[in-house]
Design a protein around this ligand. Structure first.
Ligand code: DHB
Ligand code: FE
Length: 289
């Protein structure tokens, strides 16, 4: 049976791609952020996941405002990136895992999540940059197969934090029932607090971000009590990307422990954060006690 070995969450700010392309990882501004990936790289080299299920919010490349799925799952053997206009390099395409994707889709729909299924899907910076942060030296030979899962955090009305938590739990059930031998890492991208436009452009809430970094490990259900309005107020209009972190955490049903976390402000206009969690599956009989 497949094993969910952990969860990784990271911000996906486009300028991270610019810094990597220009080799600025050790500049004073970027060093604390990029250094926080050293323990992530060590953990990935030790644990060697086979698959990354990447939960993120698309920003208009894969889905556009004319047709915006609340939840969508990629079901392709390959995913291409394309130029979004950020001035960052287009990354080499990513291997998919169509059989696992279809298993997830079937399981989610049986579980009453009526998601959109995408047999073609362009992946944007929110998918590609976390992959590059995890595997900076991969070139066009990514060491994991991928399943992209998107949550709408662009076109209101958005799904609630509670709904995203439940989606994550359903994704966890789907992955745990996959008969293959794969070690699976669930990745969440986005956040933490940021607002890119409007009167509060540049708004960052460090206290709330630190609270989220703590609660997502120890008491994730507490985060599901916020309404989207409250999250926008506390974390900015793009701070709702927190949904992806909540969904990732919902997928980790075992014993969860923190491997590393970092908070670095600002990364561009964003409360930049990295969090790696290890998931030790608990046998079903024990989990029920
Ligand atoms: C920024 C942050 C994002 O999450 C994003 O998708 C685009 C830009 C920023 O802070 O610049
Ligand atoms: Fe974003």
């Amino acid at each position: 049976m497949a094993t969910i070995i952990g969860g990784l969450a990271t911000s996906h700010v486009p300028s991270i791609g610019g810094a990597m392309a220009k080799g600025q990882q050790q500049s004073p501004y970027w060093k604390p952020f990029f250094d926080s990936f050293d323990p992530v790289h060590e953990w990935l080299a030790k644990e060697k996941p086979d698959v990354a299920v990447v939960i993120y919010n698309d920003h208009g490349l894969g889905h556009f405002l004319d047709k915006m799925p609340t939840f969508a799952v990629g079901a392709a053997e390959r995913y291409e990136n394309a130029d979004e206009g950020w001035g960052i390099p287009v990354l080499p395409s990513f291997p998919g895992h169509a059989a696992l994707s279809w298993h997830i889709i079937e399981s989610l729909i049986a579980d009453e999540f009526d998601i959109t299924m995408c047999q073609e899907h362009l992946v944007d910076h929110a998918f590609t940059l976390p992959m590059k942060l995890m595997y900076p030296d991969a070139g066009d030979n990514w060491p994991v197969r991928t399943v992209p899962i998107t949550i709408n955090s662009v076109q209101h009305p958005l799904p609630s934090a509670l709904r995203c938590w439940k989606l994550g739990q359903a994704i966890g059930r789907a992955l745990e029932s996959w008969p293959g031998p794969e070690k699976i890492l669930v990745v969440a991208t986005g956040g933490l607090s940021h607002q890119l436009d409007g009167e509060r452009a540049g708004f960052i809430n460090k206290d709330f971000d630190l609270l989220c970094l703590d609660k997502i490990v120890s008491d994730p259900v507490a985060l599901t009590h916020y309404s989207n309005r409250e999250i926008v107020e506390l974390a900015g209009s793009q701070g709702v990307e927190l949904m992806c972190w909540i969904a990732m955490r919902g997928a980790l049903s075992g014993r969860v422990s923190k491997v590393t976390s970092t908070y670095h402000v600002p990364v561009s206009n964003t409360g930049g954060a990295v969090l790696l969690l290890e998931n030790t599956p608990v046998p079903k009989a024990l989990a029920a006690e």
